[in-house]
Design a protein around this ligand. Structure first.
Ligand SMILES: [Fe+2]
Length: 413
């Protein structure tokens, strides 16, 4: 009987695994800039209380990051040229580069806002009545909105019927993330009176030394937001301060104070994934609604598990663009299904990369996966109605690029 070599013994491996012996130890230990942010900025950052019952009684700490106001009223910021709501693409680009966020004025018309507001408020009520409301320290979130009203489908794909400024928003996101970006999730964030502010954080939690964002978040206020009702807290410019520090492997140092973003309902605020931000405090008795629609580089795992969660009827009516944005368009490097998608680039409606039919077959209880096969397999096994066979056949008939690899080369359609 052969014995396993001693070098593979878990105890022996662990004995060799001291942190400073690890490859890339120095680089990776600088990847989380928050430790030095905490050390250098104790007065603006601390973890907020966990229980909202404590909030407002003794936990509010004057001078902390959430004890602030909008930029134009803030002593530190009022003379700075912070982002303004505009439709001017040059200004939007420069705000994004300089401050880590920009505000697209009237990206949603008043009518488009009204549709979403009504649907969000009704859904929030319905989920409370059903006993499945997703409570957050700040109030209530509605997750996986794509299943909860057709207006949300339009929001994800920036359909001009739902987002009049869609083309301009998409241009800016493409400039930030590159082509074929996908959606990580669409959440309605409702901040309620008595809610606890969120801790300042970066949404992008990898490659924090990157020179351009790998994730962005599109925040769409559905109610006007300001310092009174929990306008999103941000530290303008922190996207660059933090990524520069990580890249140069030095402490972040002193940060400027946070502000509340102020914006009219229907503004779309694009935030760089490296920007320090959090949900603010709603001091009013009206719900503050912001749609959180994160977008990201297509190789990053998504927040919402769209593969499992999206309702069949939504998938059946989804446009190729919506499917691509939810990740149903495989690329050579991500989300191939039994190999289908190798060779695909992830373009919208590229038949070679479309994987939605696997999910729909699953819903019908008909997904037949290729399993163990060999020279002794029976004719029945070899000729089974593998779903892969159907999908590859459909892709070839669709006239797209010929599927390659497992999906194309190894099967007889
Ligand atoms: Fe966030």
């Amino acid at each position: 009987m052969s014995s396993v070599p001693a070098e593979f013994n878990p105890a022996n491996v662990a004995a060799q695994a001291a942190p400073d012996a690890a490859m890339y130890h120095q680089e990776l230990s600088f990847k989380d800039p928050m430790k030095s942010v905490l050390e250098a900025n104790p007065e603006i950052y601390f973890v907020p209380p966990k229980r909202s019952s404590e909030w407002g009684q003794w936990e509010f700490k004057p001078g902390s990051y959430y004890d602030t106001t909008i930029g134009s009223k803030h002593d530190h910021w009022k003379d700075q040229d912070l982002p303004v709501a505009t439709k001017d693409i040059e200004r939007l680009r420069s705000d994004m580069l300089s401050w880590g966020y920009c505000k697209i004025d009237s990206a949603l018309s008043a009518d488009q806002v009204a549709v979403i507001r009504q649907r969000v408020l009704e859904q929030a009520e319905g989920e409370r009545l059903a006993g499945i409301a997703q409570k957050t320290p700040s109030g209530q979130n509605i997750n996986c909105c794509v299943n909860k009203g057709q207006c949300f489908e339009g929001l994800i794909e920036h359909d001009p019927l739902s987002v009049q400024g869609g083309p301009l928003v998409e241009q800016l996101v493409t400039e930030a993330l590159g082509e074929n970006w996908i959606c990580t999730s669409l959440i309605a964030s409702i901040s309620l009176q008595g809610g606890v502010p969120q801790a300042l954080h970066q949404d992008q939690d990898l490659a924090l030394d990157s020179r351009s964002p790998l994730t962005i978040n599109i925040l769409t206020p559905i109610t006007d937001i300001d310092e009174l009702n929990g306008g999103t807290l941000v530290i303008p410019g922190s996207h660059r301060v933090l990524s520069d520090a990580v890249r140069e492997q030095r402490p972040v140092g002193k940060l400027p104070p946070a502000i509340n973003i102020d914006a009219k309902a229907g503004t779309m605020i694009i935030t760089d994934g490296r920007l320090l931000h959090s949900t603010g405090i709603n001091h009013t008795d009206s719900p503050r609604i912001v749609m959180l629609n994160g977008m990201q580089h297509p190789l990053i795992r998504q927040q919402e598990n769209w593969m499992l969660s999206v309702k069949p009827e939504v998938l059946n009516r989804a446009s190729p663009k919506l499917l691509q944005r939810m990740g149903y368009q495989a690329t050579n490097a991500a989300q191939t299904n039994e190999g289908h998608g190798f060779g695909a680039s992830g373009l919208v409606d590229e038949a070679a990369g479309s994987i939605v039919d696997f999910r729909l077959a699953t819903d019908r209880g008909e997904y037949l996966r290729v399993g163990e096969l060999g020279p002794d397999s029976t004719a029945e096994e070899l000729n089974a109605a593998y779903t892969l066979r159907d999908v590859v056949g459909k892709a070839r008939a669709g006239g797209g690029p010929a599927p390659v690899g497992i999906g194309g080369a190894k099967l007889n359609p």
